[in-house]
Design a protein around this ligand. Structure first.
Ligand SMILES: C[S@@+](CC[C@H](N)C(=O)[O-])C[C@H]1O[C@@H](n2cnc3c(N)ncnc32)[C@H](O)[C@@H]1O
Length: 239
């Protein structure tokens, strides 16, 4: 079994769980952070590629912002679900490391909470660089590598955040979350921030913006960042 099939096999198995999870109003963190992410991306008119689109909610946001959107995901069921909701203008069943597009096709390539699910992040980032125009931007959201590696030790608002083991190791994670009658099985890799940064710089990207968003309402995630958002531009000299 290839690396990409491993990523896809998990998500193909849990596709219906994810569609219900992502579409339940106010259910997961996306609903709390969505408007700040909208501001982070900003309005635009160019060609946007949503890598790992899932059921299509980020593609829909890009469309609302004015972009001409291509939604791609290696799981056919997700692409079908995105299409059912008229999430984008164009759809492809494709993994991040093998995008069926010409070089320099997009003004924005966006991967929202996808890179943690991909085993070979450097190969995926390199391919995203290939399809991005030299004047374009890569926009990425990941679960913050620090948050990914620890947990709050109890339910109290001031419960310490505990990081067992080492922050620096790259580790496979698998687990289930249950909330309001919905269950979701997550799986992927947690790795330190420097590993992501190495993938970006080796692919020829320079980071131009980085945000550790905090929710507006009272939450323990105002103490520790749950997500990390960044923008990166291709190095002109690297091509
Ligand atoms: C947590 S979901 C996020 C979906 C969507 N971006 C969102 O925020 O609603 C992770 C997505 O990554 C996709 N994915 C997994 N492996 C991938 C790969 N190798 N290339 C591109 N996408 C992948 C999954 O199919 C799934 O749709």
């Amino acid at each position: 079994m290839t690396v990409e099939k491993t990523d896809q096999a998990h998500w193909a198995e849990v596709a219906e769980e994810w569609i219900a999870w992502a579409r339940a109003p106010d259910h997961d963190a996306f609903w709390k952070y969505g408007s700040a992410f909208r501001d982070f991306v900003g309005n635009g008119k160019g060609e946007a590629l949503d890598v790992g689109c899932g059921e299509g909610r980020v593609s829909r946001l890009l469309k609302e912002l004015g972009y001409h959107v291509t939604a791609a995901d290696p799981v056919a069921r997700f692409v079908e679900a995105a299409q059912e909701m008229d999430s984008a203008h164009h759809y492809e069943v494709a993994a991040a490391a093998a995008l069926p597009f010409e070089d320099e096709s997009f003004d924005i390539v966006l991967a929202f909470n996808v890179l943690m699910d991909i085993e070979d992040v450097p190969a995926a980032v390199k391919e995203m660089r290939r399809v991005l125009k030299p004047s374009g931007s890569l926009i990425v959201s990941i679960v913050h590598p620090f948050a990914d590696r620890g947990h709050f030790s109890g339910p109290e608002p001031d419960a310490p955040f505990v990081v067992p083991g080492s922050y620096f190791r790259r580790e496979r994670f698998e687990g289930a979350e249950e909330k309001n009658g919905l269950k979701m099985h997550f799986a992927g890799w947690s790795q330190p921030l420097q590993d992501y940064m190495a993938a970006f710089t080796q692919a020829g990207f320079a980071i131009t913006a980085l945000k550790e968003p905090a929710p507006q309402d009272p939450s323990r995630w105002t103490r520790i960042p749950l997500f990390l958002w960044l923008k990166a531009r291709p190095f002109p000299s690297d091509r």
